[in-house]
Design a protein around this ligand. Structure first.
Ligand code: ATP
Ligand code: MG
Length: 445
């Protein structure tokens, strides 16, 4: 992408009403525009990040054997009357009436709808286990939308629903989601700690929230410092192996880590004193096991191998896709701007032409551009007529992890410069070597 032809409305001034750094940087970098309280347009750069986050979510769900689909944003109120939640959900639910005076609502979550789909099409234990998910916009009429996309009213969520024959199978699905989520967050450069939590309006007995530690987080958290060292890494996981998946979950949940809702001071004091921490965290996901809470009232049953008809065991599992864009920035920025982790960056690399219009620099940039494209890497090429300082400031603000700088002085020796946004370290190399280096950084695995 040539920056001269792109739409990147960066702001010179720091927006005064944005309270936290991710919100300020998303506005300054031209990623989002607020259209109403808690409702945003995703401008091209922000949209690319959102798509990258979705991609990682999809890939890790597929790896765990979960199946993607898409349900609508608008739902009939009648489904929610069946579960009893139409009245219970309260003012956060946006209620709509159509021209035929039928009650609709903008979905805040999809337990009822997915249970309806299940009961219509599935009736036997032979069709289990089954986990369906989608990534779709949700609406919750939050009383205080704030912090940009972190607490929106309209927000993008991945929500998945498992259907299993019994409690043990459903707990395996729960564990599978925990491991898949851990990997998802790690690929986004985040340490997200599973913490035992409270189930709220979703209901159920087992639930963990995933929290990214950040001083601007809205949740109060208490944890054993050793939990922040745990890494899933690249280990191979057989998601069908119940024992293996359960063992990973206990590795990640044995150390003390809780939100204020479930915090237990007596248990906390058993953590060695020098490892006891309290702080704040951003909730980027939550998993629930709730058994037959929806399947029973809504009649979602299956026939067992013994020929009995029983309500199916379920859980639901959410990732805050749009909130993650903000959370990643909270976790990864400096005074000059965003620092995208490679896993979600809107462009893998930027090219800065220091002397636009100079035949040799233009040609070297063009060669880099096509070389990178040939390796399926789409660079953002700053080909504007602007001073070097302005170009560097833009690249630093939008936070691409790598930058290739091309100028007449380096080219006289046949060299360009590859710079790491995170460390600021630069290295001179030939354009061909720069292409290879960037390709190696992004090579899968
Ligand atoms: P919170 O406690 O932050 O209000 P929640 O527990 O009500 O969130 P869940 O029902 O667990 O939310 O939804 C799954 C995920 O969706 C959350 O972990 C969070 O990352 C994201 N999410 C929830 N509400 C919002 C919102 N208003 N704006 C952006 N993301 C949200
Ligand atoms: Mg939650």
């Amino acid at each position: 992408m040539r920056l001269s032809r792109y739409f990147l409305p960066v702001l010179k001034e720091t927006p005064a009403d944005a309270q936290i750094v991710s919100h300020r940087l998303m506005l300054r970098a031209g990623m989002i525009r607020q259209q109403a309280a808690g409702i945003y347009s995703w401008l091209p750069l922000g949209y690319r990040v959102l798509r990258r986050i979705e991609e990682v979510v999809h890939q890790e769900q597929a790896r765990a054997g979960h199946i993607a689909m898409l349900m609508p944003t608008l739902q009939p109120a009648d489904l929610w009357r069946e579960s009893g939640r139409y009245d219970d959900y309260g003012e956060e639910m946006l209620r709509i009436t159509d021209r035929h005076k039928r009650d609709l609502l903008y979905g805040p979550t999809n337990e009822e709808m997915i249970t309806d789909i299940f009961r219509t099409h599935v009736g036997s234990y032979r069709d289990l286990p089954l986990t369906l998910y989608h990534i779709q916009w949700k609406f919750r009429d939050e009383i205080r939308p704030r912090f940009g996309v972190m607490r929106g009213r309209e927000f993008l969520m991945k929500d998945g629903y498992n259907f299993d024959l019994d409690r043990e199978a459903a707990l395996h699905a729960y564990n599978r989601h925990m491991v898949a989520y851990l990997r998802t967050y790690e690929r986004m450069g985040l340490t997200a700690i599973p913490m035992r939590a409270d189930s709220g309006p979703i209901g159920g007995d087992d639930t963990h929230e995933f929290l990214v530690l950040a001083s601007t987080g809205e949740s109060e958290v208490y944890y054993d410092a050793a939990v922040t060292d745990l890494k899933l890494g690249v280990r191979q996981v057989d998601y069908d192996d119940r024992a293996e998946v359960a063992a990973i979950c206990s590795e990640f949940t044995s150390l003390y880590a809780r939100t204020d809702e479930t915090h237990d001071e007596a248990a906390f004091t058993k953590v060695p004193e020098d490892r006891r921490r309290s702080g704040r965290g951003i909730e980027v996901g939550q998993i629930f096991y709730f058994g037959t809470k929806y399947s029973e009232p809504m009649g979602a049953t299956v026939v067992t191998p013994q020929g009995n008809r029983v309500p199916v065991h379920m859980g639901s599992h959410g990732i805050g896709v749009s909130r993650l864009a903000g959370a990643i920035i909270e976790a990864s920025h400096d005074e000059r701007g965003i620092i995208w982790p490679e896993g979600v960056t809107p462009f893998p690399v930027g090219i800065v032409n220091l002397k636009q219009g100079d035949a040799a620099t233009d040609a070297a940039c063009a060669e880099l551009y096509s070389g990178l494209q040939g390796k399926e890497l789409e660079p953002l090429y700053d080909d504007r007529e602007e001073r070097a300082g302005g170009k560097f400031a833009t690249m630093d603000l939008i936070g691409l992890p790598w930058r290739i700088t091309v100028g007449p002085r380096g080219l006289a020796k046949g060299m360009v410069e590859l710079t790491c946004r995170r460390t600021g370290e630069s290295e001179e190399m030939t354009p061909a070597a720069a292409v290879d280096r960037v390709a190696a950084i992004y090579a899968p695995g």
